[in-house]
Design a protein around this ligand. Structure first.
Ligand SMILES: C[S@@+](CC[C@H](N)C(=O)[O-])C[C@H]1O[C@@H](n2cnc3c(N)ncnc32)[C@H](O)[C@@H]1O
Length: 470
């Protein structure tokens, strides 16, 4: 029976009647389908100590694990210490891990010192979720030396989430900002600045924790003329060095969004195979190791007509193994600079007014599949579509923030940042693209005050400015 029909048949009045009359509750549950019993158990609402436990206890032997989970959940509301042995029995012996977890949570909810030895025993369980529930129960008593010592032992637990929770609770925040600037501020000399040169050199002069958001598409490994590396390993270690520095200059808990896709190096002759390099998958472990926390993967989908056709052969011969799909996707991998603070902390660093101005009030893409047409440019072969930059900036930054692109190309990110009342900092090593950025930014020239017109600097000018202003 679906829930709409159930909600008509089982109204608040019937639920109250069942709650107040254990016998009719018992006979009701014996004659109903699992779905109906689950519905009733979900709707029971408040239960106080003194309520007859019999109907719920009888359901603890039910073959349906969801019914056992909900029965324990309801029994836990009674906060009745006499139920401790029942909860312990299910925490230790139930065949379902969901029931075991609910039983451990129920033991914690008793908030009774008698439960401490049981909970200490349960933090040795093999199921990390059971351990996590036991930890929650023990936190109530962390002022006791015995409990604190038992929790401390979990700092070496094999499960990373358990280690993080214990470390945060026992040691407080591990992150200590080195920046002189408030979270919503940044060094003035970086505002709306484009630096011509190798990002590896330039970035050394950017102070720690200066930028709010980085969105970039790095050079593709040998796929285009601007990116010549001796080997794939050399290419990866180049990206690793740059992204380590991006991590250093990023503010606490802020985002880094990396646009890449696997690339193909065509075969040199019919006697050889072409080779595909899975760039996003090879860069990911490097990013995690240097302190970026993986948050999301967004897939940018382009129309099939806009990408290179790899299908012609297969279309003719239809022989298995030689299938080559047209690659219509690129990845946008979303990372956050690892911190023990929640996103809420970041938001609270901004004034009410700035948060209000930054709200995404229009309709927006609710999935991680973004269908956006590519942009073709006469000068640069791989530019960001403006719409892609607009979305990233709106979803991952606030008005007034500093947005960075280490591989700026034609500077699309800078243009989008200005349109959306953010500031940009761009680096690009090719002179022809620096000229392209000048053209791009001229298109939005009216957005600048005389005071903060974009600065175009060479490496030495930038170094001098950084020394003078920090
Ligand atoms: C994929 S393109 C970026 C395109 C850009 N997203 C746009 O909208 O035009 C990569 C850019 O990185 C630049 N680049 C490559 N190595 C660099 C380095 N070491 N320092 C600075 N820029 C670099 C290239 O010249 C190229 O313009």
């Amino acid at each position: 029976m679906n829930r709409a029909i159930l909600s008509q048949q089982i109204n608040g009045e019937l639920i109250d009647r069942l709650k107040n009359n254990p016998e009719s509750f018992l006979s009701f549950i014996q004659n109903q389908s699992d779905g109906t019993v689950i519905y009733v158990l979900e709707k029971l609402g408040r239960l106080e100590n003194g309520y007859s436990k019999e109907p719920l206890l009888s359901l603890l032997n039910h073959s349906n694990e969801n019914i056992r989970v909900l029965s324990i959940k309801n029994l836990a509301k009674l906060e009745d210490i006499d139920l401790l042995p029942t909860f312990v029995k299910h925490a230790n012996n139930d065949e379902s891990t969901s029931v075991r977890r609910e039983a451990v949570s129920a033991i914690g909810r008793l908030r009774n010192e008698k439960a401490i030895p049981v909970l200490i025993n349960l933090i040795k369980d093999k199921d990390p979720k059971v351990v996590m529930q036991a930890i929650r129960g023990l936190f109530v008593f962390r002022y006791k030396m015995t409990v604190k010592n038992e929790l401390k032992k979990l700092l070496d637990h094999p499960n990373e989430l358990i280690r993080e929770v214990i470390s945060k609770e026992l040691n407080g925040s591990q992150y200590h900002s080195k920046s002189h600037y408030k979270h919503d501020e940044f060094p003035e000399f970086l505002r709306n600045t484009v630096v011509h040169g190798d990002v590896q050199e330039i970035i050394k002069y950017v102070p720690d924790e200066s930028v709010h958001l980085t969105f970039t598409s790095p050079p593709y490994y040998n796929a285009r003329d601007y990116s010549i590396y001796q080997s794939y390993d050399e290419y990866l270690s180049f990206l690793e060095q740059v992204f380590k520095e991006v991590h250093r200059i990023t503010k606490e808990g802020r985002f880094f969004i990396l646009n890449t896709s696997p690339i193909i190096i065509p075969r040199i002759s019919r006697q050889h195979a072409s080779k595909r390099y899975p760039i996003p998958y090879d860069v990911h472990p490097l990013l995690v190791k240097m302190g970026w926390e993986f948050i999301d993967d967004i897939v940018w989908v382009k129309p099939e007509a806009s990408v290179k056709n790899r299908n012609a052969g297969f279309l003719q011969h239809r022989k298995p193994l030689a299938y080559k799909p047209n690659a219509v996707t690129e990845m946008l991998m979303v990372y956050r600079k690892k911190t023990d603070k929640l996103i809420d902390w970041n938001i609270k660093q901004y004034s009410w007014d700035k948060v209000k101005k930054s709200k995404v009030t229009e309709s927006y893409e609710t999935t991680n599949v973004w269908r956006i047409d590519p942009t073709f440019d006469k000068i640069h072969t791989a530019v960001f579509p403006l719409e892609l930059c607009n979305r990233v900036i709106k979803f991952y930054s606030f008005v007034g923030d500093l947005i960075f692109d280490p591989f700026a190309g034609s500077g699309t990110l800078g243009r989008a940042a200005l349109n959306l009342n953010r500031n940009f900092f761009l680096t690009e090593k090719e002179n022809k693209y620096i000229n392209r950025i000048k053209e791009e930014l001229n298109k939005v020239g009216n957005l600048f005050n005389q005071m903060d017109r974009p600065k175009f600097l060479g490496l030495n000018e930038f170094i001098n400015l950084s020394k003078a202003k920090t």
